[in-house]
Ligand binder design. Structure first.
Ligand SMILES: O=C(CO)COP(=O)(O)O
Length: 254
């Protein structure tokens, strides 16, 4: 079964109500390939989720940028997976490197979150990726494998998981991984899944790339055999996000 191209827009901690409406209007008016070819998910900050969900075109979906690791309760400032389900938010991004680095989320904590969110019925975009230091030390695959293992140890059904490979050195830096660098890690990750989970999971799981993806580099990246789409930060706030969605067309001729 072919893996459907997946394009996620991670808006991070950006936007006013007015700006959010403007972005959604631009998306709503865009001509993009059909849902059969590409799955599009945008991830606004929590406070804008209901607004975006209510005005976004029905063929695009929404994701939260995080959720709590277990059932809600006395956890001030957190939002639970149950609440997202209650609001009909289908997706959640977990383990983003900004949260790992700035909020000290460990591999195990991220693994627990992924397992809990899946158990509540959410679909998960699970992020992994190495720092520049780790890449230069030659430990990229060890780091990414350890992050993926913490998820694999806790999750048996991968059908609602998309893995986002986001090298930290490429995030928000304008320094994109070369298509060959991205393909190399995606290929290794797929092999890791085949060996440690199953051949079926490895073949079916989408592995998307994130880190300075833009309208100019998306086609070449998307043309790599094991790159199944993108998680886009900065460019997802701009009209060029539409060009990135259209990069799904490269798989048609592949
Ligand atoms: O972190 C990212 C997506 O989650 C990537 O961010 P940029 O596209 O801004 O580099």
């Amino acid at each position: 079964m072919a893996r459907k191209f997946f394009v996620g827009g991670n808006w991070k901690c950006n936007g006013t109500g007015e700006e959010v409406k403007k972005i959604v209007n631009t998306l709503n008016e865009a001509q993009v390939p059909s849902q059969d070819l590409v799955e599009v998910v945008v991830s606004p900050p929590y406070v804008f989720l209901p607004l975006v969900k209510s005005i976004l075109r029905p063929d695009f979906h929404v994701a939260a940028q995080n959720c709590w690791v277990k059932k809600g309760g006395a956890f001030t400032g957190e939002v639970s997976a149950e609440m997202l389900v209650n609001l009909d938010i289908p997706w959640v991004i977990l383990g983003h490197s900004e949260r790992r680095a700035l909020l000290n989320e460990t591999n195990e904590f991220v693994g627990d979150k992924v397992a809990y969110a899946l158990a509540q019925g959410l679909k998960v975009i699970a992020c992994v990726g190495e720092t520049l230091e780790q890449r230069e030390a030659g430990s990229t695959m060890d780091v990414v494998a350890a992050q993926t293992k913490a998820i694999a140890d806790r999750v048996s059904n991968w059908s609602n998981v998309v893995v986002a490979y986001e090298p930290v050195w490429a995030i928000g830096t304008g320094k994109v991984a070369s298509p060959a660098q991205a393909q190399e890690v995606h290929d290794e990750l797929r092999k890791w899944l085949a060996k440690n989970v199953s051949a079926d999971v490895a073949a079916a799981t989408r592995i998307i790339y994130g880190g300075s993806v833009n309208g100019g580099n998306c086609k070449e990246l998307g043309g790599q055999a094991d790159v199944d789409g993108f998680l886009v930060g900065g460019a997802s706030l701009k009209p060029e996000f539409i060009d990135i969605i259209k990069a799904a067309e490269v798989k048609k001729s592949a």
